[in-house]
Ligand binder design. Sequence first.
Ligand SMILES: Cc1ncc(C[n+]2csc(CCOP(=O)(O)OP(=O)(O)O)c2C)c(N)n1
Ligand SMILES: [Mg+2]
Length: 309
Amino acid sequence: MPSNAAYDRMFRTALLIRRVEEKIIEIYPADKIQSPVHLSIGQEAVSVGLCEALERQDLIFGTYRSHALYIACGGDLTQMFAELMGRIGGVSKGKAGSMHLTYPARGFMGSSAVVASHLPHAVGSALAAKLRGTNQVALCVFGDGSLEEGVAHETFNFAALRALPVLFVCENNTLAVHTSIRDRQAFSIQKMAELYGIPYARIDAGYDFMEVQRVAASCAASIRAGGGPQFLEIATYRAKEHVGTGEDFGFGYRDRAAYDAWCAKDPLITDQASVAAMIDAIDAEIAAAVVAAEASPAPGLDELLTDVI
Ligand SMILES: Cc1ncc(C[n+]2csc(CCOP(=O)(O)OP(=O)(O)O)c2C)c(N)n1
Ligand SMILES: [Mg+2]
C-alpha cells in the first residue's frame, strides 16, 4: 500500500465519510434523523480527492448527495448530525436537512435537491470571483443525470463564453434513481463538454482519491491561470439504494457482480491495515458528534419565520 502523508490524510477522510454514513444507517430506523438521506457509500474518494485539490478560499457546490463533500471540505460533524436530526444546532438550524447541506466557513456554499439547479449558482459565484479578481475556483459537482437538464447546457455555454473559473465535475455512477445512463443519454459527455470548448478529462478509477486529487489539481491550476472552465468526468459506484439506507440489488436493474468488482478495488476495503490503524479514533469522534447533536433541542416556534426570505 502507498504510504505517505497525503495518502493517510485522504484515507482518513474517506473512512470518516464511510463510517459517518454507516452510523446513519445504524441509527436511521430509530427515526432520529428527520430527513431523507442519499448516501455516498462507494463514492467517497471523489469528494476527498477534489477537496484535497482545492485551496482554502475556493467555493464548493453540490447535490442532495453531498455528505461526502461536506465532510471532505472540513464540515463540522456535530453540526451535520444535528442538521440531519432537525435540531437547532444544525449547520442550518435543522431547517435544511441532508439534501441542502452547506458549510460556508469552508467554502461549501450550497447543495440542492433540485437536479442541476446548483450549476448556475456555481457559475454565478465564478463570475463574481472573476469580476472581483479573487483568484477563487468554483467547484461544481453533479451527477450524470444533471446533464439531461437544459440548465446544464445554458450553464456550460455561459461559463465558456465568459471564460469563468469553474471546475465542472460529473460524478458518474451511471444511474439516475433506477435508470441506467445507457437508457437516458443519446450523447457523449466528452463531446458535449468539447462542444462548448470546455477542456475535458476522465478518471476511470474513481475509487482512487490520489488520482482524483492529481487530475483535479492540474485542472484547478489551469483554471487559476485564467484558462477558463474545465470539465472532469469521474467514474464511480453508488453502493446503496438511490435514497434511504438499504441495498436494492433485489430490484433487478443492476447486479451484485458490479458491486463486487467495485469492492475489490475500493481502498476502504482492500487496505485493512489503514482501516485498523484509524477506525477506533474515527468511531469515537462520530459517537461524540451524535451525542452532542442529540443534546441540541429542536427549533422553537420562534424559528418558524426566521431565515425565510
Ligand atoms: C429537476 C428535477 N428533476 C427530477 C428530480 C428527481 N430526481 C431526484 S434525484 C434524481 C436522479 C439524479 O441522478 P444523478 O444526477 O445521476 O445523481 P445521483 O443520484 O446518481 O447522485 C432525480 C431524477 C429532481 N430532484 N429534480
Ligand atoms: Mg447518477
